[in-house]
Design a protein around this ligand. Structure first.
Ligand code: DHB
Ligand code: FE
Length: 288
């Protein structure tokens, strides 16, 4: 049967993708950001899964105010990098896993989570920047990401957005879905977005290191309590876009300890300010 081997968490700041694409990653401003992922790149090479289940948010790219799915699973054979205004990023297309994605859609909908099924979709920085951070630069034509990726988009852009509590329960449903897939696949679940940032309004530029790190401590040690944090706390403490962090609770909810297994091992933890106008957080948890 398939199993979830690890979870990876990372911010997805678009300027990080641009810095890598433009060859600026060794400049003094960006070098410390990328250095925080040196361990992770080697770890991913040593622990390449068969599939990555990528929890991310679309930023009004594939979806718009015309259509706002709360949770959307990508079941396509491949997903092209989206044009977000400056042309598509020069990165390889994302290969999907239609069989596992369809199985997860069936199982999770049967567990009473209403997913939107997406058979055609371009993917924006929310999905491609985490891949770039974890895999480094890849040739857009001759290169490839290390394995298939199932995109799982969460609406954290337009209210009403799902609660941390619901995201955490959804992670548990995804775990059951993966574990009932009849093939020996190693699956990693990645949660992306955050940490504290606010892109607009009077508090634009808000960063809150103390809150971010306290939230991370609790998310690792007591994810159930962390899942009870209400939206208003994210918005007040981590800025309007800090709400992206609820997506990390989907990945955390899929770890073994949540349903009685062993605590995960913290393989790597990194926090850095600033990257553009955002606090970058990153974590790798392994099921033992
Ligand atoms: C920015 C956009 C994001 O989606 C994000 O998560 C962080 C920063 C930005 O536009 O700077
Ligand atoms: Fe974002």
């Amino acid at each position: 049967m398939a199993k979830i081997t690890a979870s990876v968490y990372t911010s997805h700041v678009p300027a990080i993708g641009a810095a890598l694409d433009l060859g600026k990653d060794q400049e003094p401003y960006w070098q410390p950001v990328f250095a925080g992922y040196d361990y992770s790149k080697q770890w991913l090479k040593d622990n390449t899964p068969d599939v990555i289940f990528m929890v991310y948010n679309d930023h009004a790219t594939a979806f718009s105010l015309d259509m706002i799915p709360t949770f959307a699973i990508g079941t396509a054979a491949d997903f092209a990098p989206a044009d977000e205004g400056f042309g598509p990023r020069p990165v390889p297309k994302v290969i999907g896993h239609p069989e596992l994605a369809s199985h997860i859609a069936h199982s999770v909908i049967e567990q009473d989570f209403d997913l939107c099924i997406v058979n055609k979709m371009d993917v924006d920085h929310g999905l491609t920047v985490p891949l770039s951070l974890m895999c480094g630069r890849q040739d857009p034509v001759h290169g490839a990401w290390p394995c298939p990726v199932i995109p799982f988009a969460v609406n954290v852009v337009q209210y009403p957005v799902p609660s941390g509590r619901r995201c955490f329960a959804l992670g548990q449903a995804i775990r059951r879905a993966v574990q009932s897939f009849d093939a020996d696949l190693k699956v990693q679940i990645w949660g992306t977005g955050g940490m504290s940032h606010q892109l607009q309004g009077a508090r634009a530029g808000l960063i809150n290191r103390e809150w971010d790190n306290a939230w991370l401590d609790q998310m690792i040690a007591d994810p159930r309590a962390c899942s009870q944090v209400p939206h208003i706390d994210y918005v007040r403490e981590a800025g309007s876009e800090g709400i992206e962090l609820v997506m990390w609770l989907i990945a955390r909810g899929a770890m073994a300890d949540v349903t009685g297994g062993a605590k995960p091992t913290v393989k790597h933890r990194f926090f850095h300010v600033p990257a553009s106008n955002t606090a970058v957080g990153h974590l790798i948890l392994e099921n033992t």
